[in-house]
Ligand binder design. Structure first.
Ligand SMILES: *[C@@H]1O[C@H](CO)[C@@H](O)[C@H](O)[C@H]1NC(C)=O
Ligand SMILES: *[C@@H]1O[C@H](CO)[C@@H](O)[C@H](O)[C@H]1NC(C)=O
Length: 281
C-alpha cells in the first residue's frame, strides 16, 4: 500500500508530540518524598585515644574505650500534609565476645544468648526507652508537617564501653585478685533512618559498620595500680560508611535491647557454666 506524503507528515507530527509529552512528563513528574530526603554530609569515626584503664578500686578494674561517633546533616523537603517524620540513628549489635580470664580457674563472659546461638543476627542497642532509636536527644529530629520550606538539621550519636570487671572470681566470696586478661571484640551496624510516624514507613538513608577490639593483660600478683597493660590493638579500625545501604533486621527495631538481654556467665575450666547475672527482661 502506498502512503501519501500528507499521512506521513501527520504520523511524524503525532510521534513528535508524543515524544515531547513523554519528556515533559519525565521532567515534570514530582520526585517522591522518599527520593528527596537527602543526606548532605555524614561523618563517622572512632576517637584516636587508646582505651584508658583505672585501677583505683580494690574490687574492680575499670576501663574506658574511645568513642565511636556518627553525625549527619540531613535535608527534609517541605512536608505537604499533616505528616510526621522522625529522622535519626538506630544501632544494633551483630557480634559480641567479652571474656575476662581468671588464670587457670576459668573465665567470666558477657553473652547475648540468641546472638551467640545464631538464632538472630542483630540485637537492638536502643537506650531501652525510645525504641527503635539509639536515643532521643541529639540522636533524632522530628519534623511535623505541614512545612513550607526545606528543614535542615544534624543528628549525631556516640557510643563507648565503660565497664567494671571484678579482680576476684565473680562466683566466689574471695576477693583475692585472679583476673589475668580481658578480651573483647564487638561489631555493630548503625543506620540513619527516616520513619513516618503514621504508617511506619521506614527509609534507610545511610548504613555504618564499626567494630571495637580490646585486649588487656593483667598480672594479679602485682600491687594495685600496676597490674593491667593495654595490648594491641591500641588503635581501633575506623568505621565504614557503606556504599550500598543494608536493610534493618526486625530484631534491631524491638525489645529486648542488648543491655537487657545480656547475661554474665561463669565458665570454669572444668565443670558446667553458671549464670551469674541473668537477663533483665
Ligand atoms: C563533618 O566533619 C567536618 C570536618 O571535621 C566538619 O566540618 C563538619 O561539620 C562535620 N559534619 C557533620 C554533619 O558532623
Ligand atoms: C526522650 O524520651 C523520654 C522518655 O520517653 C521523654 O521523657 C523525654 O521527654 C524525651 N525527650 C525528648 C527531647 O524528646
Amino acid at each position: 500500500m502506498r502512503v501519501s506524503p500528507e499521512v506521513w507528515t501527520l504520523v511524524w507530527i503525532v510521534l513528535f508530540f508524543n515524544a515531547m509529552g513523554c519528556i515533559q512528563s519525565i521532567r515534570c513528574k514530582p520526585k517522591s518524598f522518599r527520593e528527596s530526603i537527602s543526606v548532605l554530609e555524614v561523618n563517622s569515626s572512632i576517637d584516636p585515644n587508646p582505651t584508658s584503664i583505672d585501677e583505683s578500686s580494690s574490687v574492680v578494674l575499670r576501663y574506658r574505650t574511645p568513642h565511636f561517633r556518627a553525625s549527619a546533616r540531613v535535608l527534609v523537603p517541605p512536608v505537604a500534609g499533616k505528616e510526621t517524620w522522625t529522622v535519626g540513628w538506630i544501632q544494633a549489635c551483630n557480634h559480641m565476645e567479652f571474656y575476662n580470664k581468671y588464670g587457670n580457674k576459668g573465665m567470666s563472659s558477657w553473652e547475648l544468648p540468641d546472638l551467640r546461638d545464631g538464632k538472630i543476627h542483630a540485637i537492638s542497642d536502643s537506650d531501652g526507652v525510645n525504641y527503635p532509636w539509639y536515643g532521643n536527644t541529639t540522636e533524632t529530629c522530628t519534623i511535623v508537617g505541614p512545612t513550607k520550606k526545606d528543614t535542615r538539621f544534624t543528628v549525631s550519636m556516640n557510643d563507648n564501653f565503660y565497664p567494671s570487671v571484678t579482680w576476684g572470681v565473680p562466683v566466689s566470696d574471695s576477693n583475692v585478685p585472679q583476673l589475668s586478661s580481658i578480651r573483647r571484640d564487638q561489631s555493630f551496624t548503625t543506620w540513619l533512618v527516616a520513619i513516618h510516624q503514621g504508617t511506619g514507613e521506614t527509609l534507610v538513608l545511610q548504613t555504618v559498620r564499626w567494630r571495637m577490639q580490646l585486649h588487656i593483660a593483667v598480672d594479679p600478683d602485682k600491687p594495685l595500680g600496676q597490674r593491667a597493660r593495654l595490648c594491641d590493638p591500641v588503635a581501633q579500625e575506623q568505621p565504614q560508611v557503606l556504599v550500598k545501604n543494608e536493610a534493618i533486621p526486625a530484631n534491631a527495631m524491638v525489645k529486648p535491647n542488648a543491655n537487657d538481654a545480656q547475661v554474665l556467665m561463669w565458665r570454669p575450666k572444668t565443670g558446667d557454666p553458671i549464670v551469674v547475672i541473668p537477663p533483665k527482661y
